[in-house]
Design a protein around this ligand. Structure first.
Ligand code: ATP
Length: 237
C-alpha cells in the first residue's frame, strides 16, 4: 500500500532523513521508532507532502505521490495526525470535526461525524464546547476523529501518546487496534517503544535519519540493542 524508496529530507544544514526504504502492506500496523531528532517527524511530513523530499519516491496504492500536494494525498486516503494534535482550540469540537470533511465533496461527512460521536461519547457530550476545554486525551481523540471524518485508508500518527496519562495511553493503543480492525492501516511513530511494539506487526528504527533496524515487532522487542544502542538508552514503557 505504501512504498517508500530512498527517501531523503534535507533542511538547510541538516540531512534529517537519509535514503529511507519503508513498506506498509494494506491492513498493517507499522511502527517507526527512534530517539529525539532521529528524523521520524521529518519522514512523516515528507510522506504527507508538507516537506519536499530532496530525493527518493513515495508510492501509495500503486500511485507515485512525489508530486502531489498534501490535500491531494488526503483525498487519496492518507491522513496525518500530527505531533501535539494541532486541533483548532478556538473552534468547537464539532467545527474541528467539520474541518476533517473539508476536502470531501461527496456530502457524506455527516454520517462519519455521527460515527465519531458514537465511538467517542466524550466528544459528543462536548460537541458545542471550545476544543480548548478538552483534556489532552480528549484532544487526541478529536485529532483522530477529525482524521476519521476524511475516510482514511492509512492514518499516520506522530507520537500520539505524548503527554497523556497512563490510563489514556492504554485507551489510545486499544483505539489504534480497533481502527486497524476496522480496516485502516496505521503508521505509528512512537517513543513509547514497549506499547508500540506490542501493537504493531513490524517496526523500523531510525537513527540520525537512517533505518538501522527493520524487523517484526516481536524480533525488535527482544533485541537488546534496541533501547541501548538506538533509542537513547531508555525504554519508554
Ligand atoms: P522528535 O522526536 O524530537 O520530534 P524526530 O525523530 O521526529 O524527533 P525530526 O523532528 O524529524 O526528528 O528532526 C530530525 C532532524 O532535523 C533534527 O536534527 C532536527 O533538528 C532537524 N529539523 C527538523 N525540522 C527542521 C526544520 N524545519 N528546519 C531545520 N531543521 C529541522
Amino acid at each position: 500500500m505504501l512504498e517508500v524508496r530512498g527517501l531523503d529530507v534535507r533542511y538547510s544544514r541538516t540531512h534529517a532523513v537519509k535514503s529511507v526504504d519503508l513498506d506498509l502492506e494494506e491492513g498493517e500496523i507499522v511502527t517507526v521508532l527512534g530517539a529525539n531528532g532521529a528524523g521520524k517527524t521529518s519522514l512523516l511530513r515528507a510522506l504527507q507532502g508538507a516537506v519536499k523530499p530532496s530525493g527518493g519516491s513515495v508510492r501509495f496504492g500503486g500511485e507515485t505521490l512525489t508530486h502531489l500536494s498534501p490535500a491531494e494525498r488526503v483525498r487519496r486516503g492518507m491522513m496525518l495526525v500530527p505531533e501535539g494534535r494541532q486541533i483548532f482550540v478556538s473552534m468547537t469540537v464539532h467545527e474541528n470535526l467539520l474541518m476533517g470533511a473539508y476536502l470531501r465533496n461527496d456530502g457524506g461527512a455527516g454520517k462519519d461525524i455521527a460515527k465519531v460521536y458514537e465511538r467517542f461519547p466524550n466528544l459528543a457530550e462536548r460537541r458545542d464546547m471550545k476544543a480548548s476545554v478538552l483534556s489532552g486525551g480528549e484532544q487526541q481523540m478529536l485529532a483522530i476523529g477529525r482524521a476519521l471524518v476524511g475516510q482514511p485508508k492509512l492514518i499516520m500518527l506522530d507520537e500520539p501518546s505524548l503527554g497523556l496519562s497512563p490510563l489514556f495511553v492504554n485507551n489510545l493503543f486499544e483505539l489504534i487496534r480497533e481502527l486497524n480492525q476496522d480496516g485502516i492501516s496505521i503508521l505509528l511513530v512512537e517513543q513509547n517503544t514497549a506499547m508500540a511494539l506490542e501493537t504493531a506487526r513490524r517496526g523500523y528504527v531510525l537513527e540520525l535519519g537512517r533505518v538501522v533496524l527493520a524487523d517484526t515487532a516481536e524480533a525488535l522487542a527482544s533485541n537488546p540493542a534496541l533501547t541501548e544502542a538506538y533509542l537513547g538508552g531508555h525504554a519508554a514503557a
